[in-house]
Design a protein around this ligand. Structure first.
Ligand code: ADP
Ligand code: ZN
Length: 758
């Protein structure tokens, strides 16, 4: 009789072990923890949250894994033995371990994968630290020999060390006393000096410059009203989620600052998440001016800087962390509250494994740590909005701007009728051009939004109709004039531009479609003598570029600032009296159920950039679809109505927030292989959905070719699973994906709560 492997109990070989076992997870997809025996000599060193090395997989290759549990339960079969413990201290707190465990379950990936992604490389390899030899002088009374037996150099060194009054690093003593390591070794050998080694920071992380201490602003009645329940929640502690919906300029940040101050008064720590783009010196100064000891975590930190921050935070030396997406994992041990500004921002979603959303992870962290969380936005995501409607979050509202400043009037300009007779077509219609002239003449500044970079966004041949596509992707190439090249904005393919059509060889190739680069040249011709700056990822690639432009704009050295969505968020310039949206339709017709929501958010955000000062301001939106609700309602600053209209839509089409969504993408460089595995996988899901308790609670759409069929040389098929119940959705995903084995040259990705639908 054959015994199934699970009951195949073989006693553990106990030779070098201790009776102690450790559960280890590795950096592998959808894997479970493996039990290993802890050898006697590692019993004192092993610990939960530390990395270990152990034989793993075929061939027992030495592999690094994370210890997630220690116990004395004899495993049901023979286990291997841990060979090394890599860390002196646990890299993760208990609460971060629980959080990452939840992420692995929720986002359908391996716990080890999550840990690998969450821990900064600089923490894993101790980048930025070094081994230091620390010396201590033996007290005079305990000296084995009298001082007089020492040479002059030796006693000078010993004197210096004594004068220091405490332990001192060997290399500093060497420098100060002008002695080499030989002399110090002799002192140690004679028993006059003791030494030990320690890991020290190579450089102290550049602390945020102590900002000038700012005083709290006198809050207005609305701010007081929303502040009261937040204060109570911070004081009593316990999980409580708030959604703060406040129009642009309503003073949300003041409410965040009050909350953080209250957290600090309680002797606790605060975590503030903001979109990467908002981490400007202006923002940082606002926080550090009020909250003192602030660590800033953004994506431009080097590994060793990130590691140093992490260690300082873990050591309890930082009380407030302000950071972008990954700062949600900051190892604060005594967290009192989490704040997320611009909670609707897409950049909180990570587009590689683990495909987490920092807002959702933050809410889970708040639950696990039993603390309040405050989500803020002028245009809340419909997910958060519906959570507030259903009472999951407490809704707080700031309906007007501070000091009764009005929201700016917005005009919609129908581009179908915008032509100046006798003039060539321009991206800027006559109405917007006139308004710009008026604003500039009155000494105001202008911001122009065009959410498309490059010069020409569409290159084609009028003779044969050939459109120039990326050789790796189903996407058109964009012409960049300054670089003089055709570029793919997805896969970074770049090639020289054509003069003749590559298909029919006619010398007739046309460069059409306007990006920010071309807009800049048009504006320069239209407004001679004005200083114009362009802000997009092409011009802003060097560190500090962003800040230089913003500073110059603030000082009035720039009259017209144009750019992609980079300019739409968070900037506060009182002298901007006109905001122009060059083409509001850019993102509207994407095959993505969030296209309308994104367009509304972008228009509302960019409109918020004006009317912030005494001079007031106005907004002009150029569009070919003036009747679209996203545009109409953004022009009226009417988020409530927009949410109502859009939610009706979402409900009818069974999209989030009414249904949970998971997207599966199957890709391969072999077209048929991708297609056939997508069908197999979808078939396995259909089968799993037949279980009686699951019927009618799940829907599968597809498989079909992805909207961008070919990307980065891969052919892509996708399908979606929908369910009103996250539990059912997850059960099915887990059941099928645990055993799904793609054939060679085929890969699949699972995206829970997807944002990218292309
Ligand atoms: P939001 O984050 O809602 O866009 P901010 O917090 O940036 O708004 O506030 C906009 C401006 O109003 C800031 O310059 C801020 O200092 C100022 N402000 C905030 N609250 C008040 C208040 N109660 N009275 C006067 N000015 C305020
Ligand atoms: Zn490409």
């Amino acid at each position: 009789m054959k015994i199934p492997p699970d009951e195949d109990i073989v006693p553990v070989k106990l030779t070098p072990t201790s009776g102690m076992f450790a559960d280890i997870v590795f950096d592998r997809p959808l894997d479970h923890a493996y039990s290993y025996a802890v050898p006697a000599d590692l019993v004192d060193r092993i610990g939960v949250g530390k990395r270990i090395e152990a034989p793993f997989g075929r061939g027992d290759k030495a592999t690094v894994g994370y210890c997630v549990n220690i116990h004395e339960v004899l495993p049901p079969r023979e286990v291997k033995i841990i060979t090394r413990v890599l860390d002196d201290e646990a890299l993760l707190t208990d609460s971060l371990l629980r959080l990452t465990r939840w992420m692995a379950d929720y986002y359908l990936c391996g716990w080890g994968q999550v840990l690998q992604a969450v821990l900064p490389a600089g923490v894993r390899d101790q980048a930025g630290t070094r081994e230091a030899i620390i010396l201590e002088a033996i007290p005079e009374a305990e000296l084995p020999e009298p001082m007089s037996t020492l040479t002059a150099k030796q006693s000078l060194a010993l004197e210096k060390l004594r004068k220091n009054g405490g332990p001192m690093e060997q290399r500093r003593l060497g420098r100060d006393a002008h002695v080499g390591p030989g002399i110090i070794r002799l002192l140690i050998d004679k028993g006059m000096v003791r030494k030990h080694t320690e890991r020290v920071e190579r450089i102290e992380p550049s602390a945020v410059a102590e900002a000038v201490r700012a005083k709290p602003i006198q809050m207005n009645a609305d701010q007081e009203r929303v502040w009261t329940p937040i204060r109570e929640a911070v004081q009593t502690g316990g999980y409580h989620a708030f959604l703060l919906h406040g129009v642009t300029g309503s003073g949300k940040t003041e409410v965040y600052l009050r909350a953080i101050e209250e957290v600090l008064r309680q002797g606790k720590e605060a975590l503030v998440l903001v979109p990467e783009i908002s981490l400007t010196p202006q923002t940082i100064e606002r926080f550090s001016g009020r909250c003192g000891n602030v660590a800033v975590m953004h994506s431009h930190l080097t590994d060793s800087e990130r590691g140093a921050h992490w260690r300082r935070i873990a050591a309890g030396k930082v009380h407030v962390v302000v950071g972008a997406r990954s700062a949600v994992f900051a190892p604060l041990r005594n967290l009192g509250m989490i704040v997320i500004d611009e909670e609707h921002e897409n950049t909180f979603k990570q587009e590689s494994t683990p495909r987490y959303h920092a807002r959702d992870v933050a809410v889970m962290r708040a639950k696990l740590e039993n603390i309040p969380i405050l989500l803020g936005s002028a245009t809340p995501s419909l997910e958060s909005w519906s959570n507030a409607q259903r009472g999951q979050y407490t809704l707080l509202q700031l309906p007007s701007r501070v000091e009764n400043r009005p929201l700016p009037p917005v005009s919609i300009i129908d581009m179908r009728y915008e032509r100046r007779s006798g003039r060539k077509f321009s991206a800027i219609g006559p109405t917007l051009e006139d308004a710009m002239n008026v604003a500039l003449k009155a000494g105001g500044q202008v911001m122009l939004l065009l959410n498309r970079r490059g010069f020409s966004t569409h290159v084609h041949c009028p003779a044969c109709g050939h459109v120039v596509n990326c050789p790796n992707c189903d996407l058109t190439l964009t012409f960049h004039r300054q670089r003089n090249s055709l570029m793919c904005h997805y896969c970074a393919h770049e090639q020289p531009p054509f003069r003749d059509c590559p298909a029919c060889k006619q010398p007739a190739i046309l460069y059409q479609g306007i990006g920010t680069e071309k807009l800049e040249t048009e504006i320069a011709a239209m407004f001679p003598g004005k200083v114009i700056e362009r802000m997009d990822s092409d011009t802003m690639s060097t560190p500090g570029a962003h800040q230089r432009v913003l500073d110059a704009f603030r000082e009035g050295a720039i009259q017209i600032l144009l750019g992609t969505q980079m300019i739409a968020k968070g900037l506060d310039f009182p002298n901007v009296t006109l905001v122009g949206v060059v083409n509001a339709d850019v993102g509207l017709h994407m095959p993505d159920f969030r296209a309308a929501e994104r367009t509304f958010q972008l228009l509302a955000q960019v409109s918020g950039r004006t009317g912030r000062g005494e001079k007031g301001g106005r907004v002009m939106i150029q569009t070919y679809t003036p009747e679209h609700p996203s545009i109409l309602l953004a022009a009226k600053h009417n988020f409530l109505k927009f949410a109502e209209v859009e939610l009706t839509h979402r409900k009818a089409y069974q999209y989030p927030p009414y249904q949970r969504l998971a997207r599966l993408i199957v890709r391969s460089e072999v077209e048929d292989a991708a297609k056939s595995f997508a069908e197999t996988l979808a078939g396995a899901f259909r089968e799993a959905m037949k279980k009686p308790e699951r019927q009618n609670s799940l829907r599968l759409l597809g498989p079909a070719t992805a909207p961008v069929y070919r990307l980065n040389t891969y052919y892509r098929y996708h399908f979606q699973l929908q369910s009103p119940s996250p539990a059912v959705l997850h059960a099915v995903l887990r059941e099928v994906l645990m055993v799904a084995k793609p054939p060679s040259k085929v890969e699949y990705q699972v995206d829970v709560d997807p944002f990218n639908m292309l």
